[in-house]
Design a binder for this molecule. Sequence first.
Ligand SMILES: [Zn+2]
Length: 128
Amino acid sequence: MSATRCPCLSGLTYDDCCGRLHTGSAVAQTAEQLMRSRYSAFAVGDTAYLVATWHASTRPVSLDLDPDQRWYRLDVRATREGGPFDTSGVVEFEAFHRSPAGAGSQHEVSRFSREDGLWFYLDGVRGQ
Ligand SMILES: [Zn+2]
């Protein structure tokens, strides 16, 4: 149990937000929800969740997270489709990180695909 604030900054606790998705007690209903939960998985170091929510066609063979990199802020800039009745969606976001080497951010336009009721991360391109 954890009453800490969810890393995706939804305003909910981790347990009531992305934590439910990480433990498998709920599934993402929208592409944005999946994107937020994947960001939070980076923040809490849940590699298994990241791999499980990666589309089989683009999933990396292995995934190593940098333990020195702290993800501290997520801005969802825009969404397109990705709703409960869509089979694809696009989420543009900027995620901010810092490490002993310095601070930075990742601005990405991600594509998501829904199969059998489950959203998957497909791929992304760098945002403008
Ligand atoms: Zn969350």
